[in-house]
Design a protein around this ligand. Structure first.
Ligand SMILES: [Zn+2]
Length: 210
């Protein structure tokens, strides 16, 4: 399929949508331009992102540093994070920031501003006028950076062997079950399944993602 074909297909698809959806497209950020330099991760287009979000770069940075658990700073238009981080780790946090501090929960538009009302931070939408407290969207997850997910690669010590002979290790609050590992060894583990605070994984050669 050529680009022209694709574009005309896209046009046709748009014409089939109801007016309300056609009116505005889902807000999307520029792709993160990530550079890995040893144990440092650079977001090269950081200011482009914060411009698009219309938020104070320092506010965005502090959020990312807190969520990712790393020191870092802004250098001209780039954010320099002092840890080895994957693009997906960073983009997840940027998405969370966007959902929490930018996107209007009523109309899904990014045309919002933050106001202080007493001690509460309020998000006011310039498009539809809706208001919501900034933290209302996500309140129960206290420490998202420690949440283990399928696909994560971690390095753990196998400190025990379960009844079925599977190696068992700990990662923060999680018990990680890894078949085929021996007690006392360190293993790089790719998480395949989660069940509450128990994680199941397989041994991998890939570099840890967290
Ligand atoms: Zn709105």
């Amino acid at each position: 399929m050529t680009d022209d074909d694709y574009l005309s297909l896209l046009d046709r698809a748009k014409n089939c949508l109801p007016e309300t959806i056609q009116g505005h497209e889902r807000f999307s950020l520029p792709d993160l331009d990530i550079l890995q330099e040893g144990k440092i991760t650079v977001i090269r287009n950081f200011i482009d992102i914060t411009d698009k979000l219309r938020r104070d770069p320092q506010h965005v940075l502090q959020y990312l540093l807190r969520e990712l658990g790393t020191p870092g700073n802004i250098e001209t238009r780039r954010a320099v994070l002092k840890a080895k981080l994957s693009t997906s780790q960073i983009s997840e946090r940027v998405q969370e920031y966007t959902d929490t501090f930018v996107i209007c929960s009523e109309c899904d538009r990014p045309d919002t501003r933050m106001l202080k009302e007493g001690r509460t931070l309020v998000l006011e939408c310039e498009a539809c006028g809706a208001r919501r407290p900034v933290n209302a969207k996500k309140s129960t997850r206290s420490d998202t950076s420690s949440e283990l997910r399928a696909g994560d690669i971690i390095e753990i010590l196998i400190h025990d062997v379960g009844k079925k002979g599977d190696g068992v290790g700990k990662y923060q609050n999680y018990l990680v079950v890894v078949p085929g590992t021996a007690k006392g060894t360190r293993a790089k583990v790719k998480i395949t399944n989660m069940s509450g605070t128990t994680a199941f994984g397989t041994v991998t050669q890939d570099a840890p993602t967290r």
